[in-house]
Ligand binder design. Sequence first.
Ligand SMILES: Nc1ncnc2c1ncn2[C@@H]1O[C@H](COP(=O)(O)OP(=O)(O)OP(=O)(O)O)[C@@H](O)[C@H]1O
Length: 301
Amino acid sequence: MTGGHQDAIVVSGLRKSYHGRPAVAGLDFTVRRGEVFALLGPNGAGKTTTVEILEGHRRRDGGAVRVLGVDPARGGSEWKARIGVVLQRADDLTHSSVLSVRDWVRSVAAYYPAPRDPDEVIELVGLAGQARVRAAALSGGQRRRLDVALGIVGRPELLFLDEPTTGFDPEARVRFWSLLSRLARDGTTILLTTHYLEEAERLADRVAVVAGGRIVAIATPQTLGGRASATATVRWTGPDGPHSRRTGDPTAVVRELAERFGGVVPELVVQRPSLEDVYLEMIGHASTGTAVGRPETGRPA
Ligand SMILES: Nc1ncnc2c1ncn2[C@@H]1O[C@H](COP(=O)(O)OP(=O)(O)OP(=O)(O)O)[C@@H](O)[C@H]1O
């Protein structure tokens, strides 16, 4: 297997079945150090299974995996101290606990050689007001933030986040995004799964779309499915009402409109397919077994 020390994660030919049914059917991807990489895909696509194998929580049936240069199936405590994990399924031990938020973060920090300051982490995840509250008394979204605090307090080089913002209110989500951006700026490699396309678009350097245990596409959010070069729709409002035109050259259309209107084009909008548009198209093709085409051959605007 190839993969230099610039790679945080190298996966090739990864396979895993449950009771003879493939959940992961031959995955290949690489996550570079310092990268934020998102796995997108419908329910049951195999994302959690993949992440759990990379974390060393689940055995694989086949393929090769290196996480920070180590096979997760053989990762010892030194390796575990270098990764941070926020599982999808909530940890009942933490959540039913009579220990306070601060007690939890402090006691988990004690397991790591170079932890972050627990009070700083509590502040970072927005739980400063709940530091003395028993974990069991937190709301669902607050518990999720505690999970995140426990995942980052060890100052991991690599952070796994499985649907981290499920249950967050919009303000908490935006706050969490800036926290992740800050971790990424500090050099933390991040692998996340999410169902929120806006989250992937805001955070990820690259996204992999997974369906049926296979990778359908890997690209930057901006270029996935040929988004950046896809046919655009130009909309504007004339004296007789709203208009729209699909075009491969929106600049030319806008120039023509600007001339026609003698300057400002009323209610001018130029739209390319959204990440959601290309994602849904890919998933639709993957589930019907059709090859994935470029969006310009796909849905009308
Ligand atoms: N412990 C298990 N035992 C049996 N089957 C399982 C188990 N875990 C997952 N599966 C099955 O494997 C497939 C992939 O599941 P997985 O949880 O990896 O998908 P996912 O992409 O994370 O989905 P979601 O978005 O719903 O979290 C599904 O068909 C699921 O039912």
